[in-house]
Design a binder for this molecule. Structure first.
Ligand code: 0X9
Ligand code: ZN
Length: 422
């Protein structure tokens, strides 16, 4: 389905009320309704352009199967939104209340020396600084089989930080399993799930339940790929998606890192050229600092034994997405093997709570997307299976009590796939 790129109007965010006191500086989403609009009658493009007549209504990129598009509609525009006559369903009555229900960012509690942090970490969301503390603490509890790495710096000079795990063969002796999370700043559940996988891998090593995984693969896990955006989504604008890059002569801030990778970046239709759009692809292929360091890093860790499996964790749509995004007709050479693995992951995911994921190529399953990491890692880094997974949820804002079930169902899926990759 044709995908139109519409601006997330800077005005719409600027006009939202700014709160006093503890939440000073944060955009206030109180009274905003989250609305799904069915795309069965009208195409995405016509819906986006119809809704763009409402100055303060926010268009939310992604998260559908091409079946609906999402908007955050402020109370004062709700009647006007209804009058547009779109086939709309309210899925969140009050985005402000939903954000409050995510709970506070709970501080990291340091464990006894050399012990793993408590699993209560997964009962809440956390600040970026605390995610770094968590990562360091896990590493300290697993000193002979792990190290913290940095990929390089973001636009705002934060280090993109991850953890490398290995098993009995020693460091960098096996093919790589590589996980990214939260390239899209607002998709906080992705970071929690990546850390859940990390925690399971490490905590199961001493009792033998995960030792074959670590003995067969080097794991590289980056829980927050877009720290600048993540911090901004926690401190200012909960629904922020992009990085925080400022470009000369352009007033809008931010580029969608997942439209900026140097793979079919020029192909029309899969990203926006409008700087204020949520899926703005940048002015040139890989012109974000994040893309530059991530491409170099990915190729570096692939150089020795190759990357067998990559997952870029996103939310929300319950999808296992395979290459390609840039085209619905291009077919990755090993598509049959990819689809069969993804089907078995989907089946396993459903076993714990019945969560039904959809598995298939990005373009035909959701929409065309150019410059995505999965396509680059497939074609250039030569990753055997380069996927994006859209986690559970009906909104980017997910209550903290969903973290553990989301972690469990994905960990079950991961455990089912890893033995098939050896
Ligand atoms: O549009 C996206 O980038 C992802 N959906 S989201 O709603 N989380 O924004 C899908 C990513 C698919 N992967 C690639 N295009 N590489
Ligand atoms: Zn995303």
């Amino acid at each position: 389905m044709k995908y139109l790129n519409i601006a997330l109007s800077a005005a719409s965010l600027a006009s939202a009320v700014v709160l006093p006191e503890a939440d000073a500086g944060k955009v206030n989403y109180d009274g905003y309704k989250l609305v799904h609009v069915e795309t069965s009658d009208d195409g995405r493009s016509s819906i986006f352009s119809t809704a763009s007549t409402l100055a303060d209504t926010i268009t939310l990129q992604g998260c559908d199967h091409g079946e609906h598009v999402d908007f955050a509609v402020p109370a004062h525009e709700f009647d006007a939104f209804n009058a547009l006559g779109l086939n709309a369903t309210v899925v969140e009555e009050d985005l402000g209340a939903a954000i409050a229900a995510e709970g506070p960012l709970v501080p990291f509690e340091a464990p006894e020396a050399a012990a793993l942090p408590s699993a209560t970490w997964f009962n809440a969301y956390h600040s970026y600084a605390d995610h770094l503390s968590f990562l360091k603490s896990v590493q300290a509890a697993f000193p002979s089989n792990s190290e913290i790495f940095t990929v390089g710096q973001t636009y705002e000079k934060r280090d993109i930080t991850g953890i490398h795990l290995w098993g009995s063969g020693g460091k960098d002796s096996k093919p790589v399993v590589y996980y990214h999370a939260t390239v899209h700043a607002r998709e906080w559940i992705a970071t929690m799930v990546a850390e859940y996988l990390l925690y399971q891998l490490v905590s199961g090593y001493s009792n033998g339940t995960t030792s074959t995984f670590l003995d067969n693969f080097d794991f590289y896990i980056i829980p927050v790929v877009n720290p600048d955006g993540f911090v901004y989504s926690q401190q200012s604008t909960r629904l922020w998606r992009k990085n925080r890059q400022v470009r000369s002569g352009i007033s809008a801030v931010g580029t969608d890192i997942n439209r900026n990778w140097p793979n079919h970046w020029d192909t029309p239709g899969g990203a926006s050229t409008t700087p204020s759009a949520e899926d703005y692809k940048g002015e040139a292929a890989c012109d974000t600092p994040e893309c530059k360091v991530l491409t170099t890093f990915s190729n570096k860790i692939a150089a020795k034994n190759g990357i067998r499996w990559y997952i870029d964790f996103h939310s929300y749509a319950k999808d296992i997405l395979l290459p390609y995004g840039y085209s619905c007709s291009a077919r990755v050479a090993n598509l049959a093997a990819q689809q069969s693995l993804a089907n078995s992951m989907k089946t396993t995911i459903a076993q714990a709570y019945g969560t039904q994921f959809t598995a298939g190529p990005i373009c035909s399953t959701i929409y065309q997307a150019t410059g995505g990491s999965t396509d680059y890692l497939t074609d250039t880094t030569k990753v055997t299976y380069a996927w994006a997974i859209e986690l559970r949820g009906t909104s980017f804002v997910l209550p903290a009590d969903q973290i553990v079930p989301s972690g469990i169902e994905i960990w079950n899926g991961v455990k089912a796939i890893l033995p098939k990759l050896v």
